[in-house]
Design a protein around this ligand. Structure first.
Ligand SMILES: Nc1ncnc2c1ncn2[C@@H]1O[C@H](COP(=O)(O)OP(=O)(O)OP(=O)(O)O)[C@@H](O)[C@H]1O
Ligand SMILES: [Mg+2]
Length: 374
């Protein structure tokens, strides 16, 4: 498990240490540094996949690639960096009992998009050994701008079979579901409403929390390299009708990559999620948090950026109901102080209560009620 992330002179942060838990929830003001945390992890993964994070002549942080497109050195170096410490640093500490933190220090080059490492980095195999979640085969990163309802989706064997990857925008989700629909998912993730433990049956069961009666199909389109997704809606006159994503609203398709990412969680999975709540009605947002907590119960580590009090409450209820222990959670509230992000971290107790409610931390209900009742 990743236990801490250290950031030096990277985007929103001068120097910041973030405690990571099996379920880490990042929330707070817009433009306060939440995605920066996810991007720091995705940048390491991206550099690793390109083969430049490890020992070798051309090692460095690769700023532009499949996961993140950050620009050049001048875009990513924190603008208020200390003059005696001008480099960009990232470090990740594995769980306490494991090895030392792994750290990377990259030299600044204003126009460079591969920031060269200052010292010899760790060898490739030791990276995967030390941090299998970040560098191993079970990594998912779903950004806020995900796939939208469409007629068809790409069909890449390499993405969904070799890499088991849904795509940073979830673009491989439909094909993943087509290929892996009969795979058995972890017991902790099984929704009680379905007797079957296959990925497809469980996807239907969890999607029915968002829209009762819905079921999905993903089939290849003959003669093309694309996959079609379709939805059905229960019994009655329309029982046999299949609907294309463009005719069933936005929320189902937008949430699907998040549902599949969680359902395919295993021990050693790392799942980075931006705004899983997007386009969902409140009850659906809470249900997604239950599913995310179930992924943690199945052994995965999740880092979730959210603006949703329903996602927070879904996590709190999961703790209260004993689905995951309070010690498996970390909640960070991001604000701003001058040029830098500032982080406050309320603790959670076993009954799902939080130790601290800083100003601006999900207090808008009370603020509005105060005005309504005044
Ligand atoms: N080189 C830099 N130096 C200083 N600050 C930077 C730099 N690059 C980006 N930032 C700051 O980082 C912040 C953006 O952070 P981030 O994208 O992590 O926001 P966020 O908290 O995820 O927001 P949202 O809730 O809207 O998704 C902005 O305030 C921006 O000014
Ligand atoms: Mg963000």
């Amino acid at each position: 498990m990743l236990e801490r992330l250290g950031i030096t002179n990277f985007k929103a942060f001068g120097r910041q240490d973030i405690a990571l838990a099996p379920f880490t929830l990042l929330t707070g003001l817009n433009s306060s540094g939440k995605s920066t945390v996810l991007q720091a992890l995705a940048l390491l993964r991206q550099s690793h996949e390109a083969g430049v994070l490890e020992d070798g002549a051309d090692s460095g942080l690769l700023l532009n690639g499949e996961f993140v497109q950050l620009g050049t050195g001048k875009d990513v170096r924190h603008e208020a960096y200390p003059k005696d410490d001008p480099d960009i640093g990232l470090s990740v500490a594995p769980a306490a009992s494991a090895s030392e933190p792994l750290s990377w220090r990259a030299l600044y080059g204003s126009e460079d998009d591969l920031l060269k490492l200052a010292a010899s980095p760790p060898a490739r195999l030791s990276l995967i050994d030390a941090l299998p979640e970040l560098f191993g085969p079970r990594f998912q990163y779903l950004k806020a701008d995900r796939i939208v309802p469409d007629i068809s989706y790409p069909r890449s064997h390499h993405a969904v079979v070799r890499r088991g990857f849904l795509g940073a925008r979830g673009e491989h989700t439909a094909n993943y579901l087509r290929v892996h629909q009969d795979d058995s998912i972890e017991a902790d993730l099984r929704h009680p409403s379905s007797p079957s433990g296959t990925l497809l049956a469980q996807t239907d069961a969890w999607m029915q929390q968002l829209c009762p009666g819905v079921d999905l199909q993903a089939i290849g389109i003959d003669g093309t390299d694309t996959v079609r997704l379709s939805y059905g809606f229960g019994s009655g006159v329309s029982a046999s009708n299949r609907y294309r994503p463009t005719n069933v609203g936005f929320g189902l398709t937008y949430a699907l990559p998040v549902v599949i990412a969680c359902l395919t969680a295993r021990p050693d999975s790392l799942i980075l999620l931006e705004n899983p709540e997007a386009h969902l009605h409140p009850q659906g947002q809470t249900s997604l948090a239950y599913l995310a907590a179930a992924a943690v119960a199945a052994g995965a580590q999740l880092v979730v950026e959210t603006h949703s009090d329903h996602v927070l409450n879904g996590l709190r209820i999961s703790v209260k109901n004993g689905r995951i222990p309070a010690s498996a959670t970390a909640v960070h509230f991001f604000g701003r102080s001058g040029h830098s992000g500032e982080v406050v971290s309320p603790g959670m107790s076993d009954d799902g209560m939080l130790s601290d409610w800083p100003r601006g931390f999900f207090d808008e209900w009370e603020n509005s009620l105060d005005q309504l009742l005044d």
